[in-house]
Design a protein around this ligand. Structure first.
Ligand SMILES: Nc1nc2c(c(=O)[nH]1)N[C@H]1C(S)=C(S)[C@@H](COP(=O)(O)O)O[C@H]1N2
Ligand SMILES: [Mo]
Length: 353
């Protein structure tokens, strides 16, 4: 299923929700979010520069990363912080994503922490700044590269930490998804997963770049509430789909996915009466730590002129989806419950005597 495009240069496109039913999102259905036009890098000439407050700055080629001997494959759910923005009223500026700015992909790469350790990390390092090769105009900031930082403690070692990835779903990374090498930060809104990665710099002070201090902040009425970090808990109803008819008979089967960047999802509740009563769905454990979980539910079919199915997820830290739109000035992290409207069953016409 091809993406629904939202812009052409840079290309941005979201998945049709039906494409998210498969446990790994096919490449052609994996959403694309790029702030600037895609930079074309020659994989042979490409180098990753590790610098800043490290003992030994060094450059890595793709062959050298692949020869480290710690290559692994991880199935990771990504989500754009703007997913769900188009439901915010009154509308806010920014790409008007519905709910398809998410997907689950198999990434092949090496743990970032291992590569950084080869450069010797001082105790004074507080953040790592990641630079993409893409640049663009950003108003008063002038021409800037796409750069984002992570706190040092987010660079955990082991298979569940950030990865330097060169393959997606078993094929070399495509241009749109950040070839030849991108960062993948599981659990975090995907803005952290810098594509076309060319530099990593150890910082002893927090990074103050444009995509850190002017965007990707939760702001309300001009006041900064905090930075966009981990994905908020969310469930999607994938079956039935919007507009499907209410099934004949008394019962309805519903299913979908749920995830949180903080802790595993422990509960998905479903309502077919507009949120008055809720009953629990069965929630599968995640296939890997950062893979969206699958849920399924069977219960009474919704009734009335505007039948709907609503799902609401809760994670192990007790975070639960809001029933109403979560509004903020830049439209990030709107994880309101997903409501799917169904077509009412046509009542058989009264026999005319
Ligand atoms: N270099 C670079 N990396 C980037 C971006 C970008 O514009 N430039 N966009 C970020 C955002 S906002 C998201 S949601 C993800 C999208 O990754 P995808 O296009 O592979 O789905 O990439 C992130 N990494
Ligand atoms: Mo994003």
């Amino acid at each position: 299923m091809p993406l629904d495009p939202l812009s052409q240069v840079p290309f941005n496109g979201e998945a049709p929700l039906a494409a998210l039913r498969s446990p790994v999102t096919p490449l052609e259905s994996l959403y694309v979010r790029s702030n600037f036009p895609e930079p074309r890098l020659d994989p042979q000439a490409w180098r990753l520069e590790i610098g800043g407050a490290v003992e030994t700055p060094r450059r890595w080629s793709l062959d050298e990363l692949q020869a480290l001997g710690s290559t692994l494959e991880r199935t990771v759910t990504l989500e754009c912080a703007g997913n769900g923005r188009s439901f915010i009223e009154p509308p806010v500026s920014g790409t008007p994503w519905t709910l398809g700015a998410t997907g689950t992909a198999v990434f092949t790469g090496v743990p970032l922490a291992q590569v950084l350790a080869r450069s010797g990390v001082g105790a004074d390092v507080v953040e790592w700044c990641f630079t993409g090769a893409d640049v663009g105009e950003a108003g008063p900031w002038g021409t800037v590269p796409f750069q984002r930082s992570l706190p040092a403690e987010a660079v955990t070692p082991g298979p569940d930490g950030p990865l330097l990835a060169w393959a997606l779903n078993g094929r070399p990374l495509t241009l749109r998804h950040g070839a030849p090498v991108r960062l993948v930060v599981p659990g975090w809104y995907a803005v952290a997963s810098v594509k076309w990665l060319v530099g990593v710099e150890a910082l002893t002070e927090p990074f103050q770049g444009r995509f850190q201090t002017d965007r990707y902040l939760y702001v309300r009425d001009g006041a900064v509430l905090g930075p966009v970090t981990r994905m908020k808990v969310r469930a999607l109803v994938l079956d039935p789909a919007e507009g499907d008819p209410v099934p004949e008979g008394d019962s309805l089967a519903a299913s979908g996915i749920a995830w949180s960047g903080a802790a595993p999802v422990t509960e998905v509740a479903v309502s077919v009466d507009g949120g008055t009563t809720w009953t629990p769905a069965q929630v599968e454990p995640p296939r890997e730590r950062w893979t969206a979980q699958r849920w399924s539910w069977t219960g009474p079919a919704p009734e009335g002129p505007t039948p709907s199915v609503v799902a609401r997820a809760t994670d192990a830290f007790g975070a639960v989806q809001p029933l109403e739109t979560w509004t903020n000035d830049l439209g990030y992290g709107n994880n309101e419950v997903h409501r799917v409207g169904l077509s009412p069953l046509l009542q058989p016409a009264e026999p005319s005597s």
